[in-house]
Design a protein. Structure first.
Length: 416
């Protein structure tokens, strides 16, 4: 039998469960993106493909074994050649020396795999950054929407009040029209904000693979250092550059000798034989050693090698640019945090002043001391101050997120 405490616990869980299910945290959205994003899943398959390519290249160091057979028939038999010949064989082959081509290609595939892994991590961090920015952008819009709703509620009450005064000949038509215009404009703003929120939520659902209904508050751990690690996107370029250098090395191997050995064991059968068309050997083992070296190709391979090295040089310039850009963006992210904190402090002070001013003017307006123009101005200032304060809070968190991104960190590890 369930105890009274257990029944109360079960009841509370049942009441709160829908809320938990319908609300997403920043952490849950970032985790959702890591596990459900289609682009990340595609990147995982690309990495698996590179792993298979490397395994395939590694297998070239092993000998190959082929089996086969053939049937040959001569309608007009030549002397000492049987009319029918049956044969089955097994051939074992091994490249003894190839000028270093296989080794260079294996290193190239290894670097391609590294580049793919770095690219995957870079894509993941970029998607997490986008999810984080969308999250706080929605929070900004929701703050504006909430402030506008509050303003609309106040405007609706005042509009109703002035209409009653107008009926009693205590207010002019102009007073009613001004409040009506402000009310309708506010309604337009509300619908516009709703669409913006819906649009970004839709984009966020695509990135995370989650149905988003309500967002909880989110924030980051405040950093205690100002260092950074090279971004994975730059590391990927470095690996790609090394891959190109190995391709160039493999092309160079064509000018070195190659040595290959083949051992073929064959079983033969014969038909339509006679003394003038005798049988051949029933079995045969053939050892073949091949040496090959290219002496002239009109520098075709050399030109290909130069083209590949030029591509590597182009990547070197991109690496330098991205390294400098990350250094610059990291410095900016540190300053962005400082600026965001200052803006938050100002926005908080402005909100306090706007609240005090509106309370005073609202009392005067209700007492008929000031006109509706002063009231509307004070209400507009308060609405903007509320939205600005929430926006400053969220922008500060975005600043921290950008700082962690350009520090080469995983955002998910620093969410509170």
């Amino acid at each position: 039998m369930i105890s009274r405490m257990s029944r109360w616990t079960l009841l509370v869980v049942c009441l709160l469960l829908p809320t938990f299910l319908g609300a997403q945290t920043l952490t849950s959205l970032l985790e959702g993106a890591m596990h459900n994003n289609n682009l990340l899943e595609a990147g995982r398959f690309d990495t698996l493909a590179k792993q298979q390519e490397r395994a395939s290249q590694k297998s070239t160091y092993y000998p190959t074994l082929d089996i086969g057979g053939y049937y040959q028939r001569f309608d007009v038999r030549s002397s000492f050649v049987p009319g029918d010949l049956y044969s089955a064989y097994a051939k074992l082959s091994l490249d003894l020396y190839d000028g270093g081509k296989r080794g260079a290609l294996l290193k190239q595939k290894t670097k391609e795999l590294q580049a793919s892994k770095y690219t995957q991590k870079a894509l993941q961090k970029n998607i997490l950054l986008q999810v984080m920015q969308d999250f706080f952008h929605i929070k900004n819009l929701q703050a504006s929407l909430q402030a506008t709703h509050q303003a609309q509620k106040a405007l609706g009450a005042q509009l109703k009040r002035v209409k009653q005064f107008y009926k009693a000949k205590l207010a002019t038509k102009d007073d009613v029209d001004k409040l009506q215009a402000a009310f309708d404009t506010n309604e337009y703003t509300i619908e516009s904000l709703k669409f913006q929120i819906f649009s970004i939520k839709t984009s966020l659902e695509l990135e995370t693979g989650m149905v988003i209904q309500e967002l909880q508050e989110g924030s980051f751990v405040k950093p205690s250092r100002a260092e950074y690690e090279i971004l994975e996107s730059t590391q990927a370029l470095k690996a790609q550059q090394e891959s190109l250098k190995q391709i160039a090395q493999s092309l160079q191997s064509i000018y070195y000798p190659s040595l290959r050995v083949e051992d073929t064991y064959s079983l033969h059968g014969y038909g339509r034989t006679d003394p003038f068309h005798p049988k051949g050997p029933d079995k045969q083992n053939t050892l073949l050693l091949t040496l090959n070296m290219r002496l002239f190709d009109n520098a075709s391979t050399l030109e290909k090698q130069k083209a590949v090295l030029l591509q590597a040089a182009a990547l070197d310039e991109k690496i330098r640019y991205q390294t400098k850009n990350q250094e610059l963006q990291h410095k900016l992210s540190v300053q962005r945090i400082v600026t965001s904190k200052a803006k938050l402090k100002s926005a908080k002070s402005a909100l306090t002043s706007a609240k005090n001013a509106f309370d005073t003017i609202e009392k005067k307006y209700n007492a008929g001391v000031v006109d509706n123009v002063a009231y509307l101005d004070a209400l507009t200032v308060l609405t903007k101050a509320k939205a600005l304060y929430e926006s400053a809070r969220n922008d500060t968190e975005i600043a921290y997120g950008i700082y962690y991104f350009y520090s080469g960190e995983n955002l998910l590890e620093y969410v509170k």
